[in-house]
Design a protein around this ligand. Sequence first.
Ligand code: NAG
Ligand code: NAG
Ligand code: NAG
Ligand code: CU
Length: 188
Amino acid sequence: MGSSTRAWALTAVAAVAAVAMAAIVPISSAATVYTVGDSIGWTILNNPNYTAWALGKTFYVGDTLDFKYNKQYHNVLEVRQSDYAACKNGSALSEFTSGNDSVVIDTAGHHYYICGVPGHCQVGQKLDILAVAEGQGGATASPPPPSSTTTSSGSVPAPSAASRRDPPVVAAGLYFLLAVSAGLLQWH
Ligand SMILES: *[C@@H]1O[C@H](CO)[C@@H](O)[C@H](O)[C@H]1NC(C)=O
Ligand SMILES: *[C@@H]1O[C@H](CO)[C@@H](O)[C@H](O)[C@H]1NC(C)=O
Ligand SMILES: *[C@@H]1O[C@H](CO)[C@@H](O)[C@H](O)[C@H]1NC(C)=O
Ligand SMILES: [Cu+2]
């Protein structure tokens, strides 16, 4: 009986380890890369609504916004909230003009982007992103900490933000599973 019990226990440990590995995998997911406007890009054609585009997405610090546009006609300015609201292009925090700008969200909180070309912001070429710190829930995020926890911008396509796990929670789960495995081995 001893050896068959032992075999059973080892099988159980292997199964538990497999479950633990599956739980761990989502941690290694890279930051998400969003193409602003998806296939429409960053434009004024057909009156895109970037508020609607951002709705329902949870942006995390470390995620990337890809602004794709014709650089002859548009640009990207990160601005303060007041300039976003008033569509003022005179005191941008950053300016991007390549036509294919990868902008890494480096701090939690709101980030405001407009096109600085006269008239464009007014007709809707403006984007307000609310970023939360990695590991924080989306809807209940508290105000941003001042520190910048910059993550390198991964170019690897990532699973949706919803599949992220909080590393400490997963680690705790792993310890629990290992404790159970150890218990199984000592039983017989
Ligand atoms: C854009 O979409 C948002 C969210 O759905 C909506 O509240 C807003 O009225 C829309 N704006 C325009 C100009 O249609
Ligand atoms: C835009 O930039 C991304 C990332 O930097 C790159 O993968 C992609 O090939 C670029 N696209 C074009 C059209 O240049
Ligand atoms: C800001 O707007 C002015 C016109 O008011 C325009 O000449 C200028 O090119 C704009 N700047 C940027 C960075 O888009
Ligand atoms: Cu524009």
